[in-house]
Design a protein around this ligand. Structure first.
Ligand code: BMA
Length: 380
């Protein structure tokens, strides 16, 4: 009887603590990051990612609250996302792209206004989401897009011809990243994935346009430049595309001192059975690499490029990510009916997504927002 009373009391206490949103104390002096001067909130974000990885897989999407299929947010609209329209839950991880910030534009390459993006990141952060950033910047040599593979990396490093222009581009990026602040004036901590999918040949920083050594130099230089511009609110992610062979993961790796999170982007361009195989093989490679290098890892981009299987979420994606140890999976953007990677109302696999969402290890914003983190004080 006494035992039962104690147990009930314990459960009651646990519930109170959870509902009060008690903060977990983190010994931040043990956290060392690519940016040696990373802010305390940034260290706490790293702790949050480590903590949540043990709880399950956080579901994310790119541009989730800026637009969806058939709608585009304005700053006055309610906080909306296609995922929430379908099932009442927001993505836990919210990705954004800063392409064209380097040109001083007001909107990014996908017509998201940088002002709106700032507001949405601030609101997402307030609600407990993890923010990730990518940068589809133009080619500094040709002024073409990210997909213009004209050789450019050499021209922006060291004394290269385009160095001053590139440094200016990075300074514009830095200004924006620093301007995204919470209500207390602290720059919001975010995960940045510079120069992603480098093992593919489609970007100017990709394997068709520079050597692995040049790539590593580019990545390291980028991390140093941002620190020089006083950006201290970023974790850095390394994020190759589907591997052609296991060794490829390491080929462009800039080193443990420059990377906080390991990632990989895998889509089903080669069909679903090939996708299932790649998830199994490549996530194993990344997991082993992550264990050796003691870093969390994530499926930093994915999605169904050929929707048709209405059970894709439970039959294909879930078996491929369940028990892999990934921290999150980020679905790419819901741009148009012929270019979307999540679900939306009336989408054929939306019902299956709801079943997928009920799995115990699948986490949405409402599953992670009660966990807050604070630095451990000396007396604790
Ligand atoms: C790609 C596509 C493009 C987009 C780019 C950057 O994968 O979605 O339409 O411009 O990402 O977001």
């Amino acid at each position: 009887m006494i035992k039962t009373v104690h147990f009930v009391y314990f459960v009651f206490l646990a519930l109170i603590l959870t509902s009060c949103g008690s903060s977990l104390s983190i010994p931040i002096q043990n956290i060392s990051l690519a940016d040696q001067h990373a802010s305390i909130p940034t260290k706490l974000l790293k702790a949050k990612i480590d903590f949540l990885t043990k709880k399950g897989i956080s579901i994310g999407q790119q541009d989730p609250t800026a637009y969806g299929i058939g709608w585009k947010a304005s700053s006055k609209d309610r906080y909306r996302s296609d995922m929430e329209d379908v099932m009442g839950k927001y993505p836990a991880v919210q990705g954004w792209d800063l392409g064209h910030i380097e040109l001083g534009r007001n909107i990014n390459l996908d017509t998201v206004s940088f002002e709106l993006m700032r507001r949405k990141i601030i609101e997402g952060n307030k609600r407990g989401a993890i923010t990730t950033l990518s940068w589809h910047l133009n080619n500094p040599q040709s002024n073409g897009s990210s997909w213009d593979t004209t050789s450019a990396v050499k021209t922006i490093l060291k004394e290269g011809l385009n160095r001053p222009k590139y440094v200016e581009w990075v300074s514009k990026l830095a200004d924006y990243i620093k301007s995204v602040k919470d209500e207390n004036g602290n720059a919001i901590p975010m995960v940045f994935r510079p120069y992603h999918e480098m093992n593919g040949g489609w970007f100017w920083w990709g394997s068709a346009s520079c050597t692995p050594e040049e790539y590593k130099a580019l990545y390291r230089d980028f991390v140093r430049l941002l620190a020089d511009f006083d950006v201290h609110n970023l974790l850095y992610a390394y994020s190759p595309n589907t591997l052609n062979n296991p060794q490829e993961y390491e080929r462009f790796y800039p080193g443990d001192d420059f990377v906080d999170i390991l990632g990989i982007d895998i889509y089903n361009h080669g069909g679903d059975s090939n996708f299932a195989e790649k998830l199994q093989e490549d996530l194993k490679v990344v997991r082993q690499f992550a264990q050796t290098h003691n870093k969390p890892f994530a499926l930093t981009e994915t999605g169904n490029v050929a929707p048709g299987n209405t059970q894709w979420w439970t039959q294909i994606l879930y078996p491929g990510i369940h028990e892999t140890g990934i921290a999150w999976v980020l679905l790419w953007r819901n741009a148009r009916k012929d270019h979307y990677f999540g679900i939306y109302s009336e989408e054929a696999s939306a019902t299956d997504f709801k079943t997928f969402a009920k799995k115990e290890d699948i986490l949405f914003l409402e599953d992670i927002d009660q966990f807050t983190f604070k630095p451990q004080t000396k007396t604790q």
